[in-house]
Design a protein. Sequence first.
Length: 227
Amino acid sequence: MDAATINTPAVLVLLGPPGAGKGTQARMLEDKFGLVQLSTGDLLRAAVSAGTEAGKAAKAVMEAGDLVSDEIVIAILRDRLAEPDCAKGVILDGFPRTTVQAQALDGLLSETGQKINAAISLEVEDAEMVIRISGRYTCAGCGEGYHDTFKVPAVEGKCDKCGHIEFKRRADDNAETVASRLTAYHAQTAPLITYYQDQSVLKGLNAMGNIDDIAGNLERIVSDAMN
């Protein structure tokens, strides 16, 4: 399906534990369908930088060392969805994380007559997450994701996408933190699977194989969801 054939803005939600490949697959969907990947962290940073009302509220909360409320995140998302580049649709990566957030998202989308086209659960084995998380890194220039085993640059030490030669790893991408992060995921986010299953928009996808094979299967799910 060509991105130009999309008439109504699509809203896709990617679900999956840390290391499942949500970010990598979201960027590939951006390129394929002309959608915009939206992650909570990027949204917050952009809103704070732009000095929007919601961004100012988020900045005050973060500077106080507190967690940004769902209400503020929804307000920031509302502003972002209204921007021209989101006209074809968005991929939500990392939001919602709880059923309360999912309900708030549904309320936001109902304001403009939108809905969740598909909530896609990237299904992986917990034991595999240790290998995936401890080996992943990103380009310091454009954020393109790589992995020591599964996805290395075509030219060693040089980003395939932008040519940058510096890379970075998250401090918490190590085996010691994986267990607690998975526990938090299963306790808080996994119930979303039931939530979206009840809405008949849940799509499961085995995310244990080759990145390109997973991407191909994901593209088919997304294409069907947009029709």
